[in-house]
Design a binder for this molecule. Structure first.
Ligand SMILES: Cc1ncc(COP(=O)(O)O)c(C=O)c1O
Length: 382
């Protein structure tokens, strides 16, 4: 019979034991406000209209879905850790050197890898005031200091950025076009920013929405990467290629930067289904064209309609529109968000981006955009 030791009176008086402290995270980590993605559910609504995460209006290519499914019986195999085939096809498509491409589990992973590679405690990482949230969050995870430069009319301000470069600056992140504002820097402005940076500072051009841009003075970053040793371009399969759930992105880098990222990344950081679906999505040029055309049609339509309702619909080069709700809080962005939610529509709140008077609306399909405009019209009228 087992002894019930716990119940026996102890023959000695135990020494008071100092309670061992739990594991202590590195300084600063508990100061990080975790990234909160766009909402995806409304209680009681089976199929809400989800316009909070800049996902593709048309969804993935049927060929990408088939390639993904075809791998189901092979998931006991490790993926190709060098992503060779995908890098080769990307290089052919964009006219690049495949050895300078590094793939990641979404561009989020590549942002983190760049930060882990080049910044640490005591260093500064520069970005634009309303730049993509992961720049400041990722900077804090490596113990470096995020520095936000003010914008001009919600647009990245090259002079304000250059004024904030110090001997501690290690990286500058620019989303081009920027999420959530939708504004972009011309190729000439980006080149001016690069020209003002010391060669030791990495300029990371995050071109997540490049495929949607239809402006003559835009360039996603390839030209600068090709002629400089300190510029990296980031791209993703989460937006026009509609593979956000699979997590696939890539970086085009100077050789020395690619070498560092390859040392740091996990050996199998991109899954086999993601690689296969990515290849199929790239091959389905017809589907990509349809996605671009849909955006070209419904983005301007949505902006016009929202402006006609008296809302501030900021210009956007991406697949989303930032909407400003000027005036009294009863008719502000929060009230509008609740109103839309009640009608089964999920926009993105913008308070975490320092834009509490705004909502961001992803451009969806025609019927979805018409529903949003109808709901906004009712909101404004009420
Ligand atoms: C500017 C920008 N960069 C990067 C990302 C992250 O993309 P991924 O899904 O490839 O991690 C997003 C996602 O919304 C984005 O807007």
């Amino acid at each position: 019979m087992p002894l019930a030791l716990g119940r026996l009176p102890l023959p000695w008086k135990p020494e008071p034991v100092a309670i061992a402290p739990g594991p202590t995270p590195r300084p600063g980590l508990l100061d990080i406000a975790p990234y909160v993605g766009g909402e995806a559910k409304i209680v009681g609504v089976e199929r809400p209209i989800r316009l909070a995460s800049n996902e593709s209006a048309l969804g993935p290519s049927a060929k990408a879905v088939a390639a993904y499914r075809a791998l189901a019986g092979e998931i006991h195999r490790y993926p190709d850790g060098s992503a060779e085939e995908l890098r080769t096809v990307l290089a052919q498509r964009h006219g690049l050197d495949p050895a300078r491409i590094v793939c990641g589990a979404g561009s989020d992973e590549l942002i983190t890898l760049l930060l882990r590679s080049y910044a640490g405690p005591g260093d500064e990482v520069l970005y634009s005031r309303h730049g993509f949230l992961m720049y400041s969050i990722g900077t804090q995870t490596v113990g470096a200091t995020p520095v936000a430069a003010p914008e001009r009319e919600l647009t990245t301000d090259v002079d304000a950025l250059l004024e904030r470069v110090t001997h501690r600056t290690r990286l500058v992140f620019i989303a081009n076009p920027n999420n959530p504002t939708g504004t972009y820097l011309s190729a000439a402005e980006m080149a001016r920013l690069h020209a003002g940076l010391p060669p030791s500072v990495v300029l990371a051009i995050d071109a997540a929405y490049a495929e949607f841009v239809n402006r003559n003075d835009y360039e996603p970053g390839v030209a600068l990467v090709d002629r400089a040793d300190n510029v990296v371009m980031l791209r993703t399969f989460s937006k026009i290629y509609a593979l956000a759930g699979l997590r696939l992105g890539w970086a085009y880098c100077p050789p020395a930067v690619a070498d560092v990222l390859n040392r740091l990344r996990g050996p199998f950081n991109v899954s086999a289904p993601a690689l296969a679906a990515g290849l199929a999505a790239l091959a389905d040029v017809e589907h990509t064209r349809a996605a671009r055309e849909s955006n070209d049609r419904w983005l301007p339509w949505f902006r016009d309609q929202a402006s006609a309702l008296g809302l501030t619909a900021y210009p956007s080069a991406g697949n989303f529109v930032l909407l400003g709700f000027p005036g009294d809080p009863a008719h502000g962005a929060d009230a509008a968000c609740r109103f839309l939610n009640d009608r089964g529509i999920i926009p993105r709140r913008m308070a975490s981006y320092g834009l509490p008077d705004c909502l961001r609306i992803t451009i969806g399909r025609e019927a979805e955009m018409r529903s949003v405009i109808d709901a906004l019209a009712a909101f404004v009228a009420g």
